[in-house]
Design a protein around this ligand. Structure first.
Ligand code: HEC
Ligand code: HEC
Ligand code: HEC
Ligand code: HEC
Ligand code: HEC
Length: 443
């Protein structure tokens, strides 16, 4: 393992030099930023106590120490580097987003896995020294960062010894530098920003911050509602009481409340009058009204949502099976042989799945975003989209009484097969939406 680290450091340096020549990250690469250029988030906590308390539980703070990341980085990627020179570039690149201050300061002392001290994730100082991006559009960590005493923030007319205004801090593009990425094979692996761009949200003036940095992490009746209070404590000056403070919890797929209600479900059925022995049709409408992007989004190789439709009558129960809607059958749980290992029986076989499939050189589905050579499937629910699913069911000849149609949309950050593959704990699925309808069956 030791030699792997040594190799990694050497390689990381090479990568840094290569980048200096290509100047894909930023021109200051030629004059490496020293580690001490960045202050730790704990430094900020002395005064920005409340923001720090929110931030420390966020996935930004844990972007390196996250066990799922650690597994992929230490147990899958680093060992691969021994045989694959190219993956070295990918390994260095991981840090650009998962521990950017480490990458920029070229502080290459990579701690052993499970060491007491891990590398910092996306820190306060990193985000508040971001000033823009290089190139035509944001993504692939093409950020411009200028560390120093001045912290950039969203408040206009407040420039002083500590801070300066930056319009960039108020735009989705500050998130996009990391939440939009293609890998070295040109495969789009993170597309949250382009999904948002393609939606109606930008025209409505709603940016990432309005949802993910508002008080509830969601819009309330179509509008962001923010926290209020003071931004700093323990300072010589008495800080202003502010009506609007951006929360730093950054809720995402780990927060059940963030998921619940993100998509609305409605059940329709016809014909209006149902008779025993007749074929009934059940239509389910799914509206992705609350997410500012596709659902699921982010780590699309791991996340999935699925729709279960159950019919209940007296003591009988039937599951309505989905048919593959597309040429490839990845949208029906268990239909593709590869699903056996990926999802096992965690998701009821035959239910409609919403997900994306990345494949490796062998054409096999991969959970390693750096080795994906193609995205072969993607039926996720787009922002603002109304999706309709149609099922048919022949009612038994002896059916009578009330028939309940019960539809649920659930979400998994990663299914058990994936957890096993990743070497991390399994997670429970989270309810996103449910709806039901009761219909009378009579002669
Ligand atoms: C992932 C990037 C990111 C991280 C990490 C981050 N911030 Fe922020 N912060 C922002 C953005 C973006 C805004 C402005 C939001 C807007 O106005 O649209 C902001 C706003 C602020 C503000 C201005 C007042 C307000 O409305 O909240 C302060 C102060 C602040 N952050 C301090 C901190 C501190 C302290 C930390 C660490 C504990 C931190 N930030 C971590 C992105 C970040
Ligand atoms: C000694 C106390 C103190 C420390 C330590 C401190 N800040 Fe501040 N910061 C303040 C005060 C006071 C304000 C102004 C609050 C206001 O205007 O309501 C402020 C404002 C800000 C703002 C708002 C900028 C804007 O839009 O005007 C940002 C961003 C910020 N700090 C980031 C940081 C970061 C990042 C750190 C850690 C690297 C940090 N601060 C450490 C006291 C501090
Ligand atoms: C330096 C890169 C970087 C920037 C800038 C950044 N993020 Fe992130 N963000 C990450 C990484 C990396 C993760 C994933 C951490 C993990 O799961 O290991 C993440 C996670 C998140 C999550 C949590 C997802 C979950 O499943 O819990 C949300 C929400 C989020 N970011 C929103 C934002 C928003 C909004 C902005 C802009 C204000 C932003 N991010 C800016 C890198 C970044
Ligand atoms: C209209 C509100 C809204 C806007 C705007 C919005 N989001 Fe989200 N976001 C949500 C909701 C709700 C969820 C939970 C459902 C889901 O995963 O799609 C979420 C989930 C996420 C996740 C977690 C995904 C996962 O599965 O791990 C990330 C990361 C994220 N958003 C980043 C962003 C970024 C970056 C932007 C801006 C380009 C943005 N969001 C814009 C509401 C919003
Ligand atoms: C351009 C920025 C960027 C780069 C480069 C990057 N990531 Fe990420 N990564 C993200 C963001 C943003 C998320 C969060 C998406 C979400 O929450 O769904 C993420 C999420 C993840 C997750 C999922 C974490 C979880 O708990 O679900 C893993 C694992 C991961 N990244 C591994 C890596 C590895 C390994 C590399 C290097 C090969 C890498 N990443 C390179 C931005 C990046």
């Amino acid at each position: 393992m030791r030699c792997i680290f040594a190799l990694f450091f050497a390689a990381l340096l090479m990568v840094a030099v290569a980048h200096a020549e290509l100047s894909t990250v930023q021109s200051s690469r030629l004059n490496p930023i020293l580690p001490q250029s960045y202050q730790s988030s704990e430094t900020c906590s002395n005064c920005h106590t409340r923001l720090y308390e929110q931030f420390e539980h966020s996935m930004h703070a844990k972007a390196f120490e996250n066990p799922v990341f650690q597994y992929q980085f230490y147990d899958v990627l680093l060992p691969q580097m021994v045989n694959d020179n190219d993956s070295v570039f990918a390994a260095a690149a991981c840090l650009k987003c998962h521990s950017p201050t480490t990458f920029l300061s070229q502080d290459l002392r990579l701690p052993a896995r499970d060491a007491d001290k891990s590398l910092p994730g996306v820190t306060c100082d990193f985000c508040h020294t971001l000033t823009g991006y290089t190139g035509l559009s944001p993504g692939n960590a093409n950020y411009r960062n200028s560390p120093g005493p001045i912290k950039y923030g969203p408040l206009q007319f407040s420039t002083d010894w500590h801070r300066a205004y930056s319009q960039f801090q108020r735009q989705s593009e500050i998130c996009a530098v990391c939440h939009e990425a293609t890998n070295r094979f040109g495969v789009p692996v993170h597309t949250t920003y382009s999904e948002w761009r393609a939606s109606a949200w930008p025209n409505r003036g709603i940016v990432c911050q309005d949802c993910h940095m508002s008080a509830s992490g969601r819009l309330v009746a179509g509008k962001p509602v923010f926290d209020s209070g003071v931004l700093a404590v323990n300072t010589l000056i008495t800080p202003k009481e502010r009506e609007k403070i951006y929360s730093h919890r950054f809720p995402g797929a780990r927060i059940d409340n963030q998921l619940y209600g993100a998509v609305k479900l409605q059940v329709h059925s016809f014909p209006e009058r149902l008779r025993p022995g007749q074929t009934m049709f059940v239509g389910i409408e799914l509206d992705n009204t609350e997410a500012g992007h596709s659902m699921p989004t982010g780590a699309i190789e791991l996340r999935m949502a699925w729709l279960d439709v159950i019919l209940r009558m007296q003591d009988k129960e039937w599951q309505l099976k989905a048919k593959p809607a597309a040429k490839m059958n990845w949208d029906v749980a268990g239909a593709n042989p590869a699903d056996k290992a990926l999802i096992g029986t965690a998701i009821s076989q035959g239910s409609r799945l919403y997900r994306a499939i990345l494949v490796d050189r062998e054409g096999q589905p991969t959970l390693n975003k750096w080795e994906a050579v193609d995205k072969v499937f993607d039926n996720r629910l787009q922002a603002g989209e109304e999706r309709r699913e149609l099922f048919s069911f022949p009612l038994p000849a002896d059916a009578s009484g009330s028939l309940e149609v019960d539809a649920t949309l659930r979400y998994l950050r990663y299914p058990p097969g994936v957890a096993k593959h990743l070497g991390v704990d399994t997670v429970d699925s989270v309810l996103v939406a449910k709806a039901n309808k009761i219909i009378q069956v009579s002669h």
